[in-house]
Design a binder for this molecule. Structure first.
Ligand SMILES: [Zn+2]
Ligand SMILES: [Zn+2]
Length: 312
């Protein structure tokens, strides 16, 4: 008896809630990429902000990240800098959207210490090439993960809050995708996934059909290269060739690849995307936040191209 009642209530809830891969929903947030001073730009519609409470310091997700990563502070209001250690810089209100810049950090940093392999010369004498260990700079380097974890944790927190709007916004543009991320410092610790909307998939399909073949989205590839280089330094071992973004078929099947162990984003459903619908995407082997942020930058560049070229 009790059980039946619960099921009925759940059905009522689902009936009210729209599903992005099946229905057009007005935009409540979008991503963009800034190439000069590389940054992911996050825009959140003011109607969404008006209907949402600031995220509290005592929220379990916030407390967990603060404790695990030792961040200095968390701002949960969308009226100023947001997130862990001021990762999201408030750029003000632009039209109907509050805008935040998430600057891509340098993760692989050089120190003032001499490179031990080349003794500071920057040259590899045996290979007659630049030193592979220091990229020819003659200095030792190290990975400083703190700021990129703060960025990832801030995205994970805000994406969780923005998963669905309580009330649809007044925006004339459709929501193009929803994204969710996780932030952990272990294997697969940078996982991300989400949904592409019907409108986005229709447009991707048109790119494939116009080309009459697999379509490489060069804007995504270029943006991902800029971001990866900013975080990880000059490409080594041909890494740049592992950065790809391709619409593989007329059902808008999008594969995005990132340097790593077969790291990337692809449709999540085994049957693949269906014509006239959106679809869920999932990741494979996204082990660290450099890969996660690189893939997010790809999605941001996809947003930019879609908004430019779509009619809405
Ligand atoms: Zn060296
Ligand atoms: Zn795996």
């Amino acid at each position: 008896m009790f059980f039946q009642k619960r099921i009925l209530n759940i059905n009522k809830e689902v009936g009210k809630m729209k599903i992005l891969i099946r229905e057009r929903i007005s935009c409540w947030y979008e991503l963009s990429f800034r190439k000069e001073k590389p940054a992911i730009i996050l825009r959140i519609h003011r109607d969404f902000i008006a209907n949402t409470e600031p995220i509290r310091q005592i929220a379990p997700i916030v407390k967990g990240f603060m404790k695990h990563f030792g961040f200095k502070r968390f701002n949960g209001s969308l009226a100023g800098n947001f997130g862990f250690d001021d990762s999201f810089v408030f750029n003000g209100i632009k039209g109907d959207f509050a805008e935040f810049a998430v600057n891509i950090p340098e993760v692989r940093k050089h120190t003032s210490k001499k490179c031990e392999y080349c003794n500071g010369s920057g040259r590899d004498r045996l290979l007659r090439d630049e030193c592979f260990r220091c990229d020819g700079t003659g200095k030792e380097w190290f990975y400083d993960w703190k700021s990129v974890y703060a960025i990832s944790a801030s995205f994970t927190t805000i994406f969780h809050r923005m998963h669905f709007p309580d009330k649809e916004t007044s925006s004339f543009s459709p929501q193009l995708m929803i994204v969710s991320t996780v932030t952990q410092n272990d294997m697969h610790g940078g996982s991300l996934g989400g949904q592409y909307s019907i409108e986005l998939c229709d447009w991707m399909r048109s790119l494939y059909l116009r080309n009459n073949d697999r379509y490489e989205i060069t804007e995504m590839v270029e943006a991902m290269k800029v971001a990866h280089r900013k975080m990880s330094g000059p490409f080594r071992f041909g890494q740049e060739h592992y950065i790809r973004a391709r619409i593989e078929n007329s059902n808008s099947w999008l594969n995005i690849d990132c340097p790593g162990d077969a790291c990337g984003l692809h449709p999540g459903d085994g049957f693949g995307p269906q014509e006239g619908q959106g679809y869920e995407f999932a990741c494979h082997n996204v082990d660290n936040p450099i890969q996660q942020i690189t893939l997010l930058v790809g999605l941001a560049a996809l947003h930019d191209k879609a908004r430019r070229e779509m009619k809405t």
